[in-house]
Design a protein around this ligand. Structure first.
Ligand SMILES: [Zn+2]
Length: 588
């Protein structure tokens, strides 16, 4: 007999509150989620305010398409301060051009100097010790007059921000979105643990296996030939941009070598790499200031500068991804609430929102620390925020699509759907564009299409362990199945690190074990959370089967998630991939 069958574990009722639900469709139920649930309260606090040293004393202006670098002489009360500026360029002959930059000779100037077209990133130093970098969105090449019915697409991403934490930490921005009719996709569910697979699903439609084999490919620049969505926009006359504000962990540089050639028309990678060489000031566990520049505010400026650069052009597509203020501290996004509110207010006032679709989103919730072990934290990690703004002209022209999006606010959705949405926006405005399915999820839908209420996580390309509709049932941690599973997991992790300098682990304690049956009581999907010696915390999703003939339990690992911060202890890992399993320095 299957050892779970005789047990009468209770349904985890904490996910359900009265009769209110986040999502309740034929295929998926997610109970009401309280952003201020009791189990989360201990982790909430006021973040340290970000204060950078000194002031930004220089700025860039554009006059009739010509770009000038200016010294703010009024602010520094000196009209004859000598400064010089140097262009920052990618070093194309280096092994990894994304990480290697060089500077041109520093050109002296006082007050103001024109910037050449071939210089987009620049560093300015002054005799008073001032040192800073700027990025310039030069005018895109002349093109046809703006296609009146084609919207720009602006993707603004904040890493590791769950829908609930967005509500908690950025309430002013949330209120702006709600007041102005941005659609809150409440059932937007990640497909795997961290940034890369979720970003790849959204930007290429690929599944995590395909994404990982690209990231691990031995050829020198595996991302060059990938069919990123920005290429679709580019080939239809859009001006494209892609920026990430923390160069060390940028999505395609953390997993692979980044790009050989700039992947988009505007690509401020060299600017961010140069910025990261300025004196840093750490808040919220990460450098938030480089020299006088507040990194998060710098990104907001880039977003705005991009919208100016594409104004009156034949369409712009931009992806702007911030890691700096949200990746390592649950409460730190509070520092950026007002700046994002102000950004959106300005975009509205300046008319940008009249012809721009905005996808404001994250990839997953907070993934580290004890919050992930709480019921709310565990679930919200799976549900990143996603708001979509459709301009009123778009809504008028495509009323059915708008109605569908509104209805889908209460549907189970995934990054593959977001990918299809981007394709759908192209298809709606270009009859020659054929909207091919997401390669990783053939049945996934544009969020502007009707989604079948019977949709399950498997239909949306979401594995059971990451599925917010999965109803896991708690088991006692000393249960024989839980114990056997925990031992199996530690053995399995040890096999992964065998032959490396990473330590072998022993099981310290089983912290939690849950399961649900997937096939008439013979197979279950389980997860166990274990604390090991040397200390590491893993949450392992596994498949458990019971072989009745031999009376044996059998396990196989589906995925391993590391819950403690491993960066400081995983320095001896032989590969980037293995860092998640690794603990260095302990005796084997
Ligand atoms: Zn992420």
């Amino acid at each position: 007999m299957w050892p779970f069958r005789a047990r009468t574990y209770t349904y985890p009722s904490e996910h359900i509150n009265g009769d209110t639900f986040l999502i309740k469709t034929a295929g998926c139920t997610i109970g009401r989620m309280d952003p201020f649930a009791n189990d989360i309260l201990p982790y909430l606090s006021e973040p340290e305010p970000i204060r950078c040293d000194g002031e930004v004393q220089t700025y860039v202006t554009k006059i009739h398409g010509h770009v000038y670098l200016n010294v703010n002489s009024t602010a520094i009360r000196n009209s004859s301060l000598l400064c010089c500026y140097a262009g920052i360029y990618r070093n194309l002959s280096a092994a990894i051009p994304d990480d290697n930059i060089f500077y041109s000779e520093c050109v002296p100037f006082v007050n103001r100097i024109p910037i050449e077209k071939n210089t987009s990133s620049l560093r300015v130093t002054c005799e008073n010790g001032y040192d800073n970098v700027h990025y310039v969105f030069h005018e895109p090449p002349p093109d046809a007059v703006k296609h009146a019915k084609r919207p720009n697409v602006l993707m603004i991403g904040i890493d590791a921000l769950s829908r609930l934490n967005f509500i908690r930490t950025m309430p002013k921005t949330v209120e702006f979105c709600q007041r102005n009719g941005w659609i809150d996709l409440k059932g937007y569910n990640k497909i795997l643990h961290n940034t890369y697979p979720n970003m790849m699903a959204a930007m290429t439609g690929k599944d995590p296996n395909a994404s990982m084999s690209i990231g691990n490919a031995k050829n020198t620049f595996p991302f060059e030939d990938i069919d990123f969505i920005w290429k679709h926009f580019k080939s239809r006359g859009y001006t494209t941009a892609y920026a990430e504000d923390w160069p060390l962990v940028s999505t395609f540089n953390f997993v692979g070598p980044g790009f050989l050639r700039p992947p988009t028309d505007y690509y401020p990678r060299a600017y961010f790499v140069a910025q990261s060489t300025l004196p840093e000031k750490v808040f919220c566990g990460l450098p938030q200031c480089y020299g006088p520049q507040h990194v998060g505010l710098g990104m907001i400026k880039l977003i705005e500068d991009f919208t100016s650069a594409i104004k009156n052009r034949a369409g712009g597509f931009g992806l702007f991804w911030s890691n700096s203020f949200s990746h390592s501290d649950l409460n730190c996004p509070k520092n950026l609430d007002k700046p994002y509110l102000r950004l959106f207010e300005r975009l509205k006032r300046n008319g940008v929102l009249r012809d721009t679709v905005v996808i404001f989103f994250s990839d997953h919730g907070f993934r580290f620390g004890e919050i992930v072990e709480t019921t709310t934290g565990w679930l919200e990690n799976r549900l990143p925020f996603l708001y979509i703004w459709l301009p009123s002209a778009f809504r008028t022209r495509h009323p059915k699509q708008y109605r569908n999006l509104v209805a889908n606010a209460r549907a189970l959705t995934s990054p593959y759907d977001l990918h299809m949405t981007l394709k759908h926006i192209l298809a709606l405005h270009d009859p020659t564009y054929s909207m091919l399915p997401s390669p990783g999820c053939a049945d996934c839908k544009s969020l502007l299409e009707e989604i079948n209420p019977a949709r399950t996580c498997s239909d949306a390309g979401i594995p059971p362990y990451w599925c917010s509709c999965s109803k896991y049932i708690a088991m006692p941690t000393d249960d024989i199945v839980a114990t056997r599973a925990a031992v199996f997991c530690v053995d399995d992790i040890n096999r992964s690190v065998e032959g490396t300098n990473c330590s072998q682990y022993t099981l310290g304690r089983t912290l939690e074990a849950k399961y649900f049956e997937v096939a008439d009581s013979t197979i279950a999907n389980m997860f166990v959370r274990v604390l090991t010696v040397p200390p590491a915390k893993f949450e392992v999703n596994l498949r458990a089967g019971y072989d009745e003939r031999v009376g044996e339990l059998e396990f196989s690992t589906i995925s391993v998630d590391r819950l403690d911060r491993y960066e400081p202890v995983a320095w001896c890992s032989p590969t980037k991939d293995m860092r998640r399993y690794c603990h260095c320095g302990a005796v084997n």
